[in-house]
Design a protein around this ligand. Sequence first.
Ligand code: GLU
Length: 521
Amino acid sequence: MRKVRVRFAPSPTGPLHIGGVRTALYNYLFARQNGGDMILRIEDTDQTRFVPGAEDYIIEALDWLGIKFDEGVHIGGNFGPYRQSDRKPMYRQYADQLIRDGWAYYAFDRPEALDAKRKEYESQKKTFQYDCNTRADMENSLALPADEVQRRLDSGEPYVVRFKFPENIDITVHDLIRGDVTMNSRLLDDKVLFKSDGMPTYHLANIVDDHLMEVSHVIRGEEWLPSAPLHVMLYKAFGWEDTMPQFAHLPLLLKPDGNGKLSKRDGDRLGFPVFPLDWHNPETGEISSGYRERGYLPEAVVNMLALLGWNPGNDQEILSMDELIKMFSIEHISKSGAKFNVEKAKWFNHEYLQKCPDEQLAEMFLPQLKEHGITIADDINFQLSTFNFQYVVKVCGMMKERISFPSELWDQTHYFFVAPTEYDPKAVAKRWKPGMTTHMAKVIEILNTVPFEYDAIHQALLEDYIKGNELNMGQIMNSLRLAVVGTTVGPDMLTLVMTIGKEETISRVQRAIDTLGEIDN
Ligand code: GLU
């Protein structure tokens, strides 16, 4: 059996869209499952679309997500170079081979002449295509006399090399997801393979490289399906049919409403990232937000993307990278587009945050604490701060089930670090009833007299004082919460008291008594 070798072959024309990330992921899962190789090849033959920083961005994004390569532009390998611009001198001979064998021809048409042709067709409500029906009317080596072609070549006239599709043949692409897809060559245009700047186009470079790099499977987005008949013909033309890779064209990632391809604008409009990392556009200065900076965990993004277009054949939703590698199969990739679901993305992140060790969450929380002026003791400044790292760890552990993103931690936990300065007026009106200062004074007395332990306080306050005197449990406990938190949210009240400590609780309760005072009637 042939060794599985797959490649992810992005063009560095901007930040990597999450659709592209999913393509990389599926390639990676397939490679790992089959003990194969995963290659990162940069397809930068179109120098006009080159964007500085895009290549580094792609590498950093995939590394963040745990999509690892065995060979590639950043790590080398036995089949390099892995950047097409660095392979430039290799391609010419393949274009020449196709011309020599009658599979390609020189075309001298100037851009203005092609434009004029297009306009002429448009005026007759037709679309111009450079193909078997029109090539005889154009300036190329099939239409011009041989000596004229030679003269033009000798005089250095610019030309491109075009593929010569045979007339009226059916070309079948066998796709592992879609089955046989057949197209007639009459519908296909004679694509440019080699440009006047001495660079191959995507089509030529892609086929030559897949061949030389011994790629066994081409797993890529559906948008490349229309190019596949040309690619199949190129393998035939080169005589490489025996080692032609197998093709799998992945379904599109669709907008949340299912109407069309997911775009950057959908992300801006609906408030979710469509890029893995923040991207700073070097030309406009515009920043597009990324999953990483929004607080998504890489494991959550991988899990979510894996299930956009593939399913494990059962209803398991939480799947680690290792499980995905075991369970992945091309047969379970769907043919139809997969709708992006923002709520589901958040749900995955919530689930993975719950799995995240409390220490790791606490680390993520530190910058926010600092922003709010809370210093956390470390070995050096432990005398200067009220809180140590273990306290932050404990708070994170206690509160993480309420958050989907680390950025929500401060909102959910600020009262563990700072006493309230205001009390929610609605809650005050509802809970702080006549006699409450007496009850709160009693709370202080209990805290001062019974051992500071959960069970002891529970017995003294809830059982002996409140129940024993047939007092209103909800009112007193919620007023205590109001005093400690400022509103009526938060975890179990006594756990909260135990966490912030005796002194802090007493001081907060005293402050509430002083601030809210006794209510008449
Ligand atoms: N360079 C192409 C892209 O940007 C690669 C397509 C393919 O995988 O053949 O997606």
